[in-house]
Ligand binder design. Structure first.
Ligand code: FES
Length: 82
């Protein structure tokens, strides 16, 4: 089972395939923005994937468009809700 680590908070949780980083954060109480409720419309769930980026889902056009409005976007940026 894949694991998600929230480095700043030093929290870790195992997730099921298909589960989002935002869902993982909520599961263990890690702080992560979700102003739009996780429907890919706000970018407050912007995260940097430090390890395992190749294991994340493919970036879709809708996520790319919203991510484009986020601050300090990097090659490993993703929206936690996606
Ligand atoms: Fe709004 Fe992810 S929670 S884009």
């Amino acid at each position: 089972m894949p694991k998600v680590r929230f480095l700043r908070e030093r929290l870790e949780v195992e997730i099921a395939d298909g589960q989002t980083i935002l869902q993982a954060a909520k599961q263990i109480g890690a702080p992560e923005g979700d102003r739009c409720g996780g429907v890919c419309a706000c970018s407050t769930c912007h995260v940097y994937v430090v390890k395992g980026f190749d294991q994340t889902s493919e970036l879709e056009d809708e996520e790319f468009d919203i991510l484009d409005k986020a601050f300090d976007v990097r090659p490993t940026s993703r929206l936690g809700c996606q």
